[in-house]
Design a protein around this ligand. Structure first.
Ligand code: 3PG
Length: 218
């Protein structure tokens, strides 16, 4: 079944990245050969904002390949921790960046480069630092370990102008509950791209997981 994807603005914002689908897949690629079929499988299921983490030696090469070969995907990079990471991923073709924490150097670099960034936060002080630098669309990481839904509910008072993407321990079972919270725009998770499915070349299985994730109400 072909999935119809809406037209995106030429210049993406962090909110565009968050609102495109209920789930941003957190992808760890160990094999360059998996990059393109994995990206196509996710797009076929209706998920095109893809976060390829900078955790393996082939990550940048995979970002570059997906950017070139899968035009319907919007390739992004995760585990971006420094200005030089941000420069490297943009050069490889990434159109957004996600970080596990926040430092001003990274925020400034992404702003100067026009690269939308979802900075990672886990405390009120980190939210305040990110907001002081102009970022109000944030990744809550590691979400389950750092307080889960109760933490997001507590933050909705003092940080009512922030929208979160909880990531870390989010799965198909608890994602609907996270997405029902008013301050959650989307969630992130690796459950859509199990390494076993990639090893086995089970691309149809990944499409099915993506289609299920894309259909979660928020
Ligand atoms: C991440 O690595 O950004 C998240 O930890 C992904 O977490 P998960 O594997 O629990 O989805």
């Amino acid at each position: 079944m072909a999935v119809t994807l809406k037209t995106l603005p030429v210049s993406l914002s962090a909110m565009d990245v968050m609102l495109d689908a209920p789930v941003i897949p957190v992808i760890v690629l160990n094999d360059v050969a998996h990059a393109v079929p994995m990206a196509r499988a996710l797009v076929a299921g209706g998920i095109r904002m893809l976060e390829v983490t900078l955790r393996t030696p082939v990550a940048l090469q995979c970002i570059e390949l997906i950017a070139k070969e899968v035009p319907d995907a919007v390739i992004g990079a995760g585990t971006v921790r420094s200005a030089s990471d941000a420069q490297a991923v943009q050069l490889a073709g990434a159109r957004f960046a996600v970080s596990p924490g926040y430092i001003t150097e990274l925020g400034r670099a992404c702003r100067d480069m026009g690269l939308p960034l979802l900075p990672g936060v886990a405390t009120g002080s980190e939210i305040m630092m990110a907001q002081a630098d102009g970022f109000s669309e944030l990744k809550f990481f590691p979400a389950m370990q750092a307080g889960g839904m109760a933490m997001l509910k507590a933050w909705s008072g003092p940080f009512g102008d922030v929208r979160f993407c909880p990531t870390g321990g989010v799965n198909a079972q608890n994602a609907p509950d996270f997405l029902a919270l008013s301050n959650v725009a989307c969630v992130g998770g690796s459950w859509l791209v199990p390494s076993s499915a990639m090893e086995q070349g089970d691309w149809a299985g990944i499409t099915a997981l993506a289609a299920q994730a894309a259909s979660i109400q928020r």
